[in-house]
Design a protein around this ligand. Sequence first.
Ligand SMILES: Cc1cc2nc3c(=O)[nH]c(=O)nc-3n(C[C@H](O)[C@H](O)[C@H](O)COP(=O)(O)OP(=O)(O)OC[C@H]3O[C@@H](n4cnc5c(N)ncnc54)[C@H](O)[C@@H]3O)c2cc1C
Length: 430
Amino acid sequence: MSDTEKFDAIIIGAGPAGSACAYTLAKEGKEVLVIERADSPGAKNVTGGRLYTYALEMVEEGLTQEAALERRVTHEQIMLLDGDRSINIDYHNPAFNEAGQVPHAYSILRARFDEWFASKAEETGAMVACGIKVDELLVKDGKIAGVIAGEDEMYADVVIAADGVNSLMGQKAGLIKDISAASAGIGVKETIELPAEIIQARFNLNNEEGAARMILGCTEGIHGGGFLYTNQDSISLGCVFMPEEVARHGQSVHQIFQNFKMHPSIYPLLEGGETVEYAAHLVSEDGFRGIPGKLYRDGFLMIGDAAGFVINTGSSIRGIDLAILSGIAAARAVIDSQDPVRVGPAYMQELNNIGLIPAMKAVEGYKDLLEIPRIYTSYPGLAADVFTRLFTVDGQVPRSLRKEIKGLLKQNQLSLWQLLKDGLRGYRSI
Ligand SMILES: Cc1cc2nc3c(=O)[nH]c(=O)nc-3n(C[C@H](O)[C@H](O)[C@H](O)COP(=O)(O)OP(=O)(O)OC[C@H]3O[C@@H](n4cnc5c(N)ncnc54)[C@H](O)[C@@H]3O)c2cc1C
């Protein structure tokens, strides 16, 4: 292809960021090429996962109804594990799923979802080329003018990096450095197939209803947590760990994850199932502070995980919705621009307009909250001890509440002072 036969935009990566951007651009008649290294979109992608539907509705109203989704999340659960004990809080709010309204969130499997989303972008007119890895960026007169994949050179007014966390394209453009161990977690996940009726019975769900569970105390004291999502006929179970702490811990990620699976409150949920997928992936953990100083240069934008757009509050992890929002924002900037090469500032403005940057800023401090080490070491045990105390009636004369609290704190190597300090730090963080 010659320089004159260039695309309006080349998007690197057909994850949710890339497909949302391609869909929005192509709908407005732009010539878009999406290049995806996997043989089909989503084949290499990993998510817990759930999708918050509002983002899909922002791409186009009604898109959720067509999407390749698993189960409507009707049960939000928080689980604490300590030794063989467990506490499970099950929050059910019918208002999240009222008839006539788009359900709030769905569980998804990325191989299905990403393939569907990329096919929708294709339907609107984007070209999606799979099984091709972009190796280099083409630079002309200080601007990014296209990409190189193998022997091929392809040109565009703007190249949009949607290539995920630790974006190689962002590094090649000189906008980011290699990711550091302190700023990303390692996620591991298994997909375990089970008949739909068994899943429904084990999680007390009706047909199409689903559960999303965040789990604390499953990482053997390492900063991190677990997740469980019910799909149509499978369960997604995984854990995220901070790599530096894993390295110090001594046991492998795989071993810790296997111990988690065998927990007496987890294994019965999986029993009889067949593991059909085992995957691992990095996830950005820095939130707002992890957004690179600059997300663009002439002829080049970064969206989705490549731009560090992930929020982890402990009770929810949001990357897919932000990837979609940033894809829309980039597309809007390109569509409205007189000069698509210098579209960077307009993109930043759109990120603000769409609410992505304000949302990330609003929860910036959650990173500090999640860095309180006792959340992963002492507090799950303390909570389990409190419940043990609450539910034990053994004929002994109960101690006074003050003595009881002191005893439980001591049992968990905690002082009242530490508890207050962490409480205050947590309060300040959020
Ligand atoms: C364990 C785990 C659990 C998570 N759970 C959730 C969750 O429940 N909900 C949620 O919202 N978020 C979750 N996230 C985060 C979420 O998965 C990401 O934020 C989201 O996938 C980002 O989308 P993206 O399109 O930016 O990048 P990706 O989904 O990573 O897509 C990048 C694409 O680029 C392609 N690519 C990369 N390099 C090249 C190249 N050189 N040439 C061509 N193609 C290339 C890749 O193959 C891939 O298809 C989780 C993440 C992990 C790791």
